[in-house]
Design a binder for this molecule. Structure first.
Ligand code: SF4
Length: 227
């Protein structure tokens, strides 16, 4: 539950739960204090019925300025990995667990990413749940611990639960969908400058393939038109 200090996004949700109405309402959200310093709300993008939903942590510096998710260097790596996994990017809805950029300032100007706290993740969760309800993906892919813990609980660990198709607690319908799969955040792959970088990238693509195969039921590329 959201605390008294962070009242949470629930009260800002509109009656109509179309993606357009949600996006418009989220632009006015004051459910936690992150809106104060960020440039704008960065809501998810994609279409209703997209079979895959990718959930990152929060917008970064580029995303905050441009108002779109995953448009920075991590987004470019993610786009490449999605394609390498045989997924048409048009079949993916992309969003974040937290919709405002959290940062500190260094040397007066530079904005340094700060990991959102549990309180902020919980405060922002109603937007993510509303997006899942509206898009109705078959698989939600959590990119990194923040997204995974938003949906699977604070005790979830990427190190032990990575790459497994799980039920989404409290949200799965009678057909067991959506299922959820957790993997690393693309920025972790990007930051890996070691000689293990290629393996880290391949492991990331392999996780995306598991989600793709859960949708297609096999190894065919995910390119069919959305329902
Ligand atoms: S981070 Fe989420 S809960 Fe906090 S103000 Fe932004 S949209 Fe609202």
């Amino acid at each position: 539950m959201a605390s008294a200090k962070e009242p949470g996004a629930q009260r800002y949700l509109p009656e109509r739960r179309t993606l357009g109405a949600l996006r418009e309402a989220a632009a006015q959200c004051r459910g936690c204090t992150l809106y104060r310093d960020a440039t704008q709300t960065v809501f998810g993008e994609g279409h209703r019925g997209a079979p895959l939903m990718l959930v990152g942590e929060q917008p970064g510096d580029h995303e905050d300025l441009e108002g779109h998710p995953f448009v920075g260097p991590a987004g470019r790596l993610l786009d490449r990995a999605v394609r390498d996994a045989g997924i048409d990017p048009a079949q993916v809805y992309v969003t974040n667990a937290v919709k405002h950029f959290k940062f500190t300032r260094r040397e007066g100007k530079r904005r340094i990413h700060q990991k959102p706290g549990r309180t902020e993740v919980v405060a922002c969760r109603p937007w993510l749940i509303a997006e899942i309800d509206s898009v109705r993906p078959e698989v939600v892919i959590c990119l990194g611990a923040t997204a995974a813990q938003s949906l699977l609980g604070p005790s979830f660990r990427i190190s032990t639960g990575r790459g497994e198709l799980l039920c989404l607690p409290g949200l799965a319908g009678s057909n067991g969908r959506p299922r959820v799969l957790a993997t690393v955040h693309p920025s972790a792959v990007l930051r890996d400058r070691s000689d293990q970088h290629a393996q880290a990238y391949e492991a990331f693509v392999d996780d995306l393939r598991i989600a793709r195969n859960a949708v297609t039921g096999g190894s065919a590329p995910l390119v069919h038109p959305a329902v």
